[in-house]
Design a protein around this ligand. Structure first.
Ligand code: NAP
Length: 309
């Protein structure tokens, strides 16, 4: 069997980078990789090229720039980034722009026929009759994929464990680190080590006929905000605490204002609306990490707070 030629969109990003990492592990006789970037001379792009990924200079806003690369591919990993245009007021614009980028790729796949698409999607949510725009955006794209009839596997990446590294922190006089995750302590967040997303994508590409048309939920843990701070305390030996936010405060305009989109999305965690298939998801792949293992192995926690000796 010749190698499967896979074109990865977003290869320099968190999701695409993980896909490249795990497909590279299988060796060039199994997968031959190319990846699209707007800047082939960036450090990240150069590092991927050194590992054998053919880096393609191109832009999702310019389908002609990746047309030939896509024509030459057997399979495509597609991830687009709704958040890059978000300024707190313009969810419709983000949905329109993300939709255009993703649907253009889908249409080029369709033009050349017989392409295997792995699309990074998200579950759709209804919160008291309100849809969450950035997850709805993925639903529109999915509807387009289904309309054109492209053979696709959907991977749902839930919520990244690495998001914890992006929360602001405040250090108190006694050394306690307050993690400024603006949710009540008992809010539960289903999570995935995004560094390992490629495990599930590789599963689909290794056995396409078994997965074609299906959705793979990528999720390995579900923790309350309080438990997240406890695990961080255990692995670092430092004392972490939550903001001890009340439900009343969470529902206030003050809490909503900084990021209305994320705030609306957070109701999913505050109201515990998801029961993710963790055991099933972990059972599909070998060596996936729960949150504690992610803290110990992924490197981000060690770099930011250092691990307990
Ligand atoms: N954070 C979460 O918890 C979470 C959970 C589930 C899903 N998601 C979704 O994940 C997506 C973000 O993915 P990520 O975390 O992998 O993003 P990321 O790390 O920020 O990477 C973005 C990638 O997109 C590429 N890119 C951006 N604009 C491009 C363009 N015009 N043309 C070509 N490439 C372009 C970048 O490549 P170059 O810069 O090299 O061109 C880069 O590789 C969002 O849609 C978000 O909704 C996030």
């Amino acid at each position: 069997m010749p190698p499967i030629k896979v074109l990865i969109f977003g290869v320099t990003g968190q999701q695409g980078g993980s896909v490249a990492k795990y497909l590279l592990e299988d060796g060039p006789e199994k997968f031959k990789l190319s990846g699209l970037t707007r800047n082939t001379s960036s450090k990240h792009a150069q590092a991927l090229a050194a590992q054998g990924v053919e880096m393609i200079q191109g832009d999702l806003d310019d389908p002609a720039s990746y047309d030939a690369a896509l024509k030459n591919a057997d399979a495509v990993f597609l991830n687009t980034n709704w958040w890059q245009w978000y300024d707190g007021t313009n969810p419709d614009e983000c949905t329109q722009k993300e939709g255009k980028q993703a649907m253009d790729v889908v249409d080029v796949c369709h033009k050349y026929g017989n392409k295997q698409l792995v699309y990074s999607s998200l579950e759709s949510f209804d919160i008291n009759g309100q849809k969450v725009p950035h997850t709805e955006s993925k639903t529109y794209i999915r509807e387009h994929i289904e309309k054109v009839g492209l053979p696709t596997v959907y991977v749902n990446a839930t919520y990244y464990m690495s998001n914890v590294l992006g929360y602001p922190t405040e250090e108190k006089a006694d050394g306690t680190i307050v993690l400024k995750c603006p949710l009540p302590d008992q809010s539960t967040i289903p999570q995935v080590p995004i560094e390992q997303l490629g495990l599930w994508v590789r599963l689909a590409l290794r056995d396409w006929n078994a997965w074609k048309g299906k959705t793979i939920d990528c999720v390995t843990d579900k923790l309350s905000v309080k438990r997240i701070t406890e695990v961080l305390s255990e692995v670092t030996g430092k004392k972490f605490d939550t903001m001890h936010v009340t439900l009343e405060w969470f529902e206030s305009d003050e809490a909503r204002a900084p990021n209305p989109e994320m705030h609306l999305n957070s109701y999913v965690f505050v109201k515990d609306l998801i029961d993710p298939p963790i055991k099933q998801s972990r059972g599909l792949v070998e060596g996936s990490w729960d949150f504690g293992e992610w803290c110990l192995h992924a490197g981000g926690v060690e770099k930011k707070w250092s691990l307990k000796k």
